[in-house]
Ligand binder design. Structure first.
Ligand SMILES: Cc1ncc(COP(=O)(O)O)c(C=O)c1O
Length: 355
């Protein structure tokens, strides 16, 4: 593991914040130059009584309460969890820990989530693109052949955005067993999938990072809570590099509150999956729909006769879908997020009037 980490990160003396230096019970906090007179607003959590959140105090830099609750839900110990300001922060920090700008490279497998490449570009790291196969699976041989001594990260998105399908588990295991860099499996959509997450494997593979998010199944995109699960060694590196208070107090508290509402979340997942089937069935009626790709996510990729035309038509009906026609292997494809029952009905009705 040590030889994968950038020299400057190995040597880094992380910022020591007032709240990370102090542990224990105190009465008077005069250590962090906060405003002791309070804040003009109070954060109150629905259904919770009490004084509300202390917004004039810096939040817990390591979000232990949130991690303890996440630990119960995910079955991963708190010290193996990193919380990022969205998954995008997890991705960016991985680059900053492991990739030497202008020298190292990573492997991404398009068509896939665009931020892997954008983060590579921002960090001046080459992104080698090994396209998925025609059935949207990993080209394992191509990936293995592309690895060189400077390859530090491989990004695998499963279920994949925008194709919607799971990657074959055995292919991922082959890569885990044959690559000595870090494999990041982005499971943002795992709650909509039949596949089980790669979390149990964390004890087996020291070079595995699994990413989840509270933005999708948990319905908390606005809070920006992305999760990284990995060995303690990797989590310590993430904590060393992250901004001291990367998760604000309201996100920590509201996230914690949501984690206690598992039942409601599961109901919404069930509705989404049912609606995914309904929308897929309805779409089959239309001649201009050429192919509906099977989905394990909360969206469907659909091949149509003319993606630009349908996209523009729906826009006029005030319905926005994602035109993916410019993505490799996605010519004339649009990606449709599964909406509420009403929204989905509107979409199908609009398509009925499309000539
Ligand atoms: C595969 C994938 N990973 C991560 C994200 C972003 O997640 P977050 O909201 O946690 O940054 C998305 C958002 O669409 C996504 O499709």
């Amino acid at each position: 593991m040590d030889d994968l980490v950038r020299e400057n990160i190995k040597k880094l003396k992380p910022y020591s914040s007032a709240r990370s230096e102090y542990r224990g019970e105190a009465e008077v906090f005069l250590d962090a130059n906060e405003n002791s007179y309070g804040s003009p607003v109070v954060l109150t959590i629905p259904d919770e009584k009490g004084p509300g959140a202390q917004l004039h105090r810096y939040p817990d830099p390591l979000q232990w309460q949130l991690k303890k609750e996440l630990s119960k839900v995910k079955g991963v110990p708190p010290q193996n969890i990193f919380v990022g300001n969205g998954s995008d922060e997890v991705i960016d920090i991985a680059f900053r820990i492991f990739c030497e700008p202008g020298k190292d490279n990573v492997i991404v497998c398009p068509p896939t989530y665009g931020m892997y490449r954008v983060c590579a570009d921002i960090n001046d790291v080459e992104a080698k693109e090994i396209l998925l196969t025609d059935d949207f699976q990993l080209d394992v041989e191509g990936i293995l052949a592309a690895i060189d001594k400077n390859t530090k990260l491989i990004f695998i998105c499963s279920p994949n955005n925008p194709t919607g399908n799971n990657m074959n588990r055995l292919d991922i295991e082959v890569l885990l067993n044959n690559f000595h860099g870090i494999i990041l499996i982005d499971e943002a959509y795992i709650n909509f999938s039949n596949q089980k997450p790669f979390l149990q494997e964390l004890t087996e593979y020291e070079n595995l990072v699994v990413m989840h998010t509270l933005s999708k199944a948990w319905g908390l995109a606005a809070l920006r809570l992305g999760l990284g699960f990995a060995s303690e060694k990797i989590i310590d590196l993430f904590n060393k590099v992250k901004p001291p208070y990367n998760i604000n107090q309201s996100s920590q508290q509201l996230g914690l509150h949501a984690l206690l509402s598992l039942k409601e979340v599961n109901i919404n997942i069930k509705k989404t999956v049912e609606q995914r089937d309904w929308v897929s069935t309805e779409l089959r009626r239309f001649k201009f729909i050429k192919k509906i790709f099977p989905s394990d996510s909360n969206f469907i990729l659909v091949e149509v006769d003319d993606a630009d035309k349908i996209y523009q038509y729906l826009l006029l009906q005030r319905i926005i879908v994602r035109n993916r026609t410019k993505e490799p292997l996605c010519k004339n494809c649009i990606r449709i997020t599964i909406g509420t029952t009403e929204e989905n009905k509107k979409l199908i009705k609009a398509l009925e009037n499309y000539a």
